[in-house]
Design a protein around this ligand. Structure first.
Ligand SMILES: *Cc1c(COP(=O)(O)O)cnc(C)c1O
Length: 417
């Protein structure tokens, strides 16, 4: 069967409903084409993308330089598995480790796999370097985290939906509140078998929750004091999204392990990775961990190209500038708004919190209005909408988007009376 032309959104939605597992509830828009900050649906309506596939398309849709790299590589060699060497992986590993300043990289595909890999490396380091008794290693995680969907990862999710009826769960994780330095200090002092602390520098899925200044620095220092690995999940916050190369850079910390994914490919391909220095990464030896597609030549070529775009186009700087502009304009609006409580975020990872309960459908309804007005965003909870456009967005486009957002919010206010 070849892919035929779908001419109505309803046709595509019906096909998915009929043949696909019902594990997502998308906004009812069927996209067919995208370029830069824009997307088009099958009826030809044009939208601003304000989600960027959960920050996977920081470089803008179908970036020509990444596309060229992908084409060129796909013509020559797509997959060897790691049973053999290929001529791109080493170059990619060199490029990425130099880019972020770490000794070594372990290539995987999805973000969840990168997190799983980091947890495995951390446990092994706990036994073989720190000397934790066999089977006793613990990893500290924080409330309202999002790290992916595997059984081990959902074990420490705070979302009932993500956990319910997927047990039995994986032992070895201790949950503490986010943004709470004392809680980490307490647990590290009480328990000598802790190997690592896993944290998002800004919680994305939780609704763009930015911890207090100093949180990362203080928790990193505590980890150093107690010989515990600080694992930063930068899958969503990395790659310029928050206005710096990594969100960890805002507090000038250097995590022991970093997980990367999403925009590592600019949205072309599932590419993820774990970064660490030799002393940590070397606990993994041949046969102990792997992936058929991890480190494949297409992923590597795409990864190098995607990082080059971030640097060549100064996307972190643009995110910083456009983000500050966005929050300022939104704050001005909020002063006179009854619907929106606050705007928060860093760089171009922002969210508004709506004056309603987290179980309400308000955020969804506002997203529907924004869709009608030509802008696509998605609620993260009933009352929170994340705003995360591609980092290539310019001032004129940003102004147009703010206009659409405010117009949609005002329409909602009017309906409420
Ligand atoms: C998206 C995300 C993941 C999971 O990535 P997948 O590619 O969906 O498996 C993990 N951690 C964070 C912080 C994320 O935002």
């Amino acid at each position: 069967m070849s892919i035929t032309e779908i001419t109505s959104s309803q046709q595509a939605i019906d096909l998915e409903k009929k043949h696909g597992a019902y594990n997502y509830e998308p906004l009812p828009v069927v996209l067919k084409k995208a370029k830069g900050v824009f997307m088009w649906d099958v009826e030809g309506k044009k939208y601003y993308d304000f989600l960027s596939a959960y920050s996977a398309v920081n470089q803008g849709h179908c970036h020509p330089a990444i596309l060229q790299a992908m084409y060129k590589q796909a013509e020559n060699l797509t997959l060897t598995s790691r049973a053999f060497y290929n001529d791109v992986l080493g170059q990619y590993e060199e490029y990425v480790t130099k880019y972020f300043g770490y000794d070594k990289l372990l290539p995987m595909n999805s973000g969840a796999e990168a997190v799983e890999t980091a947890l495995k490396i951390c446990r092994k380091w706990g036994y073989e370097v720190k000397g934790i008794p066999n089977g006793e290693a613990q990893i500290v995680v924080v409330k309202n985290n999002f790290h992916g969907r595997t059984i081990s990862i959902i074990t420490f999710s705070s979302s009932e939906e993500a956990r319910h009826n997927f047990g039995p769960y994986t032992p070895g994780f201790i949950e503490i509140p986010y943004n709470d330095v004392e809680a980490l200090e307490k647990v590290l002092e009480e328990n000598k078998n802790i190997a690592g602390f896993l944290v998002e520098p800004i919680q994305g899925e939780a609704g763009v929750f930015v911890p207090e200044d100093g949180y990362l620095k203080k928790t990193k220092a505590l980890c150093e004091k107690h010989n515990v690995l600080f694992i930063a999940d930068e899958i969503q916050t990395g790659f310029g999204r928050t206005g710096k190369k990594l969100a960890s850079d805002h507090e000038e910390i250097r995590p022991d392990i970093i997980t990367l994914g999403k925009a590592l490919s600019g949205g072309f391909y599932p590419v993820s990775a774990v970064l660490a220095d030799k002393e940590i990464m070397d606990v993994i030896q041949p046969g102990e961990h792997g992936s058929t597609f991890g480190g494949n030549p297409v992923a590597c070529a795409v990864g190098i190209a995607a990082l080059k775009v971030l640097k060549d186009e100064n996307l972190a700087e643009n995110a910083e500038k456009m983000g500050a502009f966005f929050r300022k304009e939104m704050e001005d609006y909020i002063k006179e708004s009854k619907v929106v409580k606050l705007v928060r975020g860093k760089g171009l990872l922002n969210a508004i919190v709506i004056n309603d309960s987290s179980e309400s459908s308000t955020a969804w309804d506002i997203c529907m209005t924004m869709k009608e007005n030509g802008l696509l965003a998605k609620p993260t909870h009933g009352n929170i909408i994340r705003f995360a456009p591609p980092l290539i967005i310019n001032e004129e486009q940003m102004k147009a988007c703010i206009e659409i957002i405010i117009k949609s919010l005002k329409a909602y206010e009017d309906r409420m009376g």
